[in-house]
Design a protein around this ligand. Structure first.
Ligand code: THU
Length: 160
């Protein structure tokens, strides 16, 4: 038996103001998207904004359904639309923000496992890292220089 240790590195900022203006603007787009989340069941609003290399910004928010599993997370709503509308564009950065309707969300909320797997597909396809920034409604912002840093041991197509 051999034990394998997997490490990752993230950058933690005290708040949005510590980040460059372009990231603040991208996060602002995610905050606006978050306000339009359709989350009557979980009461948990999530917004995502994606910055493409053609300078377009694509937004998404979580869209829930009475049949719970039919709903979709904000990140996948955004990334699948980006893939559908601009299939040749590279995804440079993604900003994510989440806010509970019941309490103050003051800690960074990372993308769920399914969203990480979905974002990873595009990172592999474009052969270039996607920077991920995530926060709650306020407070600290976490940066990951690539999606791969958030998903060790990802499942990828070379095994198929
Ligand atoms: N949600 C997202 O939009 N993104 C995530 O990464 C985690 C969870 C949504 C799904 C659901 O509408 C609500 O948050 C509660 O899980």
């Amino acid at each position: 038996m051999k034990e394998v240790k997997i490490e990752t590195t993230l950058q933690v900022y005290t708040d949005l103001n510590e980040l460059p203006n372009d990231i603040q603007n991208l996060m602002q787009a995610a905050i606006e998207a978050r306000e339009n989340a359709y989350a009557p069941y979980s009461k948990f609003n999530v917004g995502a904004a994606i910055w493409l290399d053609n300078n377009e910004v694509i937004i998404g928010s979580n869209q829930e359904n009475a049949c719970y599993p039919s709903g979709l997370c904000a990140e996948r709503t955004a990334i699948y639309y980006a893939g559908a509308k601009y299939p040749k564009a590279k995804i440079l950065k993604m900003a994510i923000t989440a806010s509970s309707q019941n309490q103050v969300t003051d800690k960074p909320i990372p993308p769920c496992g399914s969203c990480r797997q979905s974002i990873a597909e595009y990172e592999i396809k474009q052969e270039a890292p996607i920077e991920i920034y995530f926060m709650g409604a306020k407070g600290k912002v976490v940066k990951s220089k690539s999606l791969a840093n958030l998903l060790p041991l990802l499942f990828e197509s070379s095994v198929l």
